[in-house]
Design a binder for this molecule. Structure first.
Ligand code: SF4
Length: 412
């Protein structure tokens, strides 16, 4: 039995670095928090499995060769999932460049609800540390982010502001009810709920913008909220766009970004778009610094071509004839159409709807090997630890081996 203290959690992007994790005969148990995501994911450490080719156990080298053959002979490969650490994403991009693949992260849809607005108009955004240290009014818009980021309030909202008076802050929930766990977590922090339809976030944000300068005709709750925003020293507007209902969530985000700009005409205010599951923010950062463009990019034909609509993995998978799917953070994988050659780099114990052509079990960043993952506010790359050794390779090592097994390009 061993106890690991101050463990960094790599799973939801909140960057908790205070976990106590007990290890007993290769099994892990989180003891310091009730966070259901951390408990489930640290608690999933089945023994290593051998690679498989065509559903049969195979050596690592044979599985690597089979994966290389599939990707090299593919007409339209997709390298996606990208649920891995920074080193794994770098290796995935290097392989994707060699085979001319489209690259995307499984969780990019939620990210793109924010990025689409950022690309169109820019925004004023803040960090978790600024929220904790300076914010006196937190406006949470839409479904409670704690459903996706369970310790959001405990870690970043309940501790009193350190750098700005007044030392008290209040929270307002708009168009979304706080979860029971959130109500408990907030403790002494005062909060109010302004009910509303989560499908109408854009319209409510627009009404709030208007009420900042002209409250005439605004609903009493909106007029009162506009007054509180004007009176704040440092307001933060937070949302988790992945939880927004409806097909045009980016338009709701756009209105929230404009609301932040409008409040800034009267007092200090910043947005806090929450995202970051399975290192999606890190994958996007690596893609941007390596290629000059973000996720949802094709590397076929030389120069990277970025198209957030066409190269979204859920759309491009229908055109792809081979898929390399990477899921090192959780034992789940989408089902792909029959006839597609699938190479899966997945956790041991992953249940597949149909057996992939090649399966190579991989270790989990922060459990089987040390790793860098990005926090959801994009500011910090966290260094995780290494807790147990199941004899599983990390994603970067597997992808580097597959790349090395590709035919050498002719030199002139
Ligand atoms: S809130 Fe997120 S980062 Fe924090 S312990 Fe839970 S899953 Fe890990």
């Amino acid at each position: 039995m061993a106890t690991h203290c101050d463990v960094v959690c790599p799973f939801c992007g909140l960057g908790c670095d205070d976990l106590t994790v007990e290890e007993d005969a290769g099994r892990l148990a989180v003891r310091s928090t009730d966070c259901p995501v951390a408990r489930e994911r640290f608690g999933h450490t089945p023994p290593a499995e051998p690679p498989r080719v065509g559903g049969r156990p195979a050596s690592f080298d044979d599985a690597v060769r089979a994966a290389a053959e599939i990707l090299w002979t593919s007409r339209a490969p997709l390298v996606a999932g990208l649920g891995t650490d920074v080193a794994g994403v770098r290796a995935a991009l290097a392989l994707a460049e060699r085979v001319g693949a489209v690259v995307d992260h499984e969780r990019s849809e939620g990210l793109y609800r924010n990025l689409a607005v950022f690309q169109r108009s820019g925004w004023i955004a803040t960090t978790f540390a600024e929220l904790r240290n300076r914010c006196d009014l937190l406006l949470v818009v839409g479904p409670d982010p704690a459903a996706l980021h369970p310790r959001f309030y405990e870690r970043w909202v309940v501790p009193p502001p350190a750098l700005q008076a007044p030392a008290l802050r209040e929270v307002v929930f708009l168009c979304g009810e706080p979860l029971e766990t959130t109500r408990a977590a907030l403790g002494e922090v005062p909060f109010t709920v302004i009910p509303g339809d989560a499908t109408q976030i854009g319209a409510v944000a627009a009404a709030l913008s208007t009420a900042l300068t002209d409250p005439t005709g605004a609903a009493p709750g909106i007029a009162g909220l506009a007054e509180r925003l004007r009176a704040a020293h440092y307001a933060v507007v937070a949302w988790a766009a992945a939880g927004f209902p409806g097909a045009h969530a980016d338009l709701a985000v756009e209105r929230l970004v404009r609301l932040v700009q409008d409040v800034n005409r009267q007092t200090r205010c910043a947005g806090l778009p929450l995202a970051g599951y399975d290192n999606v923010v890190g994958a996007n950062q690596v893609c941007t610094w390596q290629l000059g463009v973000p996720l949802r990019t094709s590397l076929a034909g030389g120069a990277p071509r970025h198209d957030p609509h066409r190269f979204a993995w859920e759309r491009f998978q229908h055109a792809a004839d081979a898929v390399l799917w990477i899921s090192a953070f959780r034992p789940e994988m989408p089902a792909f159409a029959t006839g597609k050659a699938v190479v899966a780099l997945a956790q041991p114990g992953t249940a597949f709807a149909a057996e992939p052509a090649v399966v190579i079990p991989v270790g989990t960043p922060g459990i089987d090997h040390a790793a860098h993952v990005f926090r959801g506010d994009s500011i910090v790359a966290l260094r995780t630890g290494h807790l147990i050794d199941r004899g599983l390779p990390d994603v970067a090592a597997v992808l580097s081996a597959i790349t090395a097994a590709l035919p050498q390009e002719a030199s002139c």
